[in-house]
Design a protein around this ligand. Structure first.
Ligand code: GSH
Length: 220
């Protein structure tokens, strides 16, 4: 099985951390986003979307981080994607929530503009987008803090689920914005819980280095 990915990619890290946690035998093939590897004709022939992550297992090919996480969890019998249907659907619900509401308002509007993304927007447009995001993202951060993580260790209960792997990567994008999570105690505790896993440091090393490079004064 091969996973095409880049540790600098927000949607690759959840899959890499899941693989590390479960000790899965997956060959990791780096598609260097900074060098434009995702636009190589060879990679586009494999995945016409030109994005990572992407999984190849024999003749089976699969894109989308949430689908890849589910495939790996089902193949390995991981409890992070429970067999019990209601519990599984709660994991699906949280995965979709992170990938839609949370991603849109927090990742796209608050975080990525700090990297000049979406490309092609003027500094003023990026500033407006960020201002809108800062105004509206707290609605979703409050749901995560006051409901999804209230009184429980992980997003779907006392056991880690696929939603924690995906959600962590999206929440930690806040590093690009030097986002202050101190008014969200349950989120802060959950981040610390996830960062204490041995799989965290190797998976997030490249991202943490990038954040420190972008914000040397705060990191010092
Ligand atoms: N919905 C996709 C998003 C994948 C995605 O946008 N990947 C980014 C890196 S985080 C990418 O490959 N971007 C390259 C591009 O957009 O050209 C998933 O969850 O896998």
């Amino acid at each position: 099985m091969k996973l095409y990915c880049d540790p600098i990619s927000t949607t690759s890290r959840p899959v890499l951390m899941f693989i590390a946690d479960h000790g899965l035998d997956v060959e990791v093939v780096k598609v260097d986003l900074m060098a434009g590897g995702h636009r190589d004709p060879e990679y586009l022939a494999l995945n016409p979307n030109g994005i990572v992550p992407f999984l190849v297992d024999g003749d089976f090919r699969l894109g989308e981080s949430a689908a890849i996480l589910k495939y790996l969890a089902l193949r390995s019998g991981s409890a992070a994607y429970p067999a019990d249907l209601p519990a599984q659907l709660k994991a699906d619900e949280a995965l979709s929530w992170f990938a839609t509401q949370f991603h849109e308002y927090f990742c796209v509007m608050v975080c990525y503009p700090n990297m000049g993304v979406p490309h092609g927007m003027s500094p003023a447009q990026l500033g407006d987008l960020m201002a809108y995001g800062h105004e509206h993202a707290p609605r979703w951060l409050k749901v995560l803090d006051e409901h999804m993580l209230a009184g429980r260790a992980y997003v779907c209960g006392d056991q880690i689920s696929l939603a924690d792997y995906l959600g962590l990567s999206f929440v930690l994008l806040g590093g690009l914005a030097n986002y202050d999570f101190s008014s969200y105690p349950n989120i802060t505790a959950w981040i610390a819980r996830m960062q204490a896993r041995p799989s965290y440091a190797p998976t997030y090393a490249a991202f943490d280095t990038m954040v420190a490079f972008m914000r040397p004064q705060e990191a010092a």
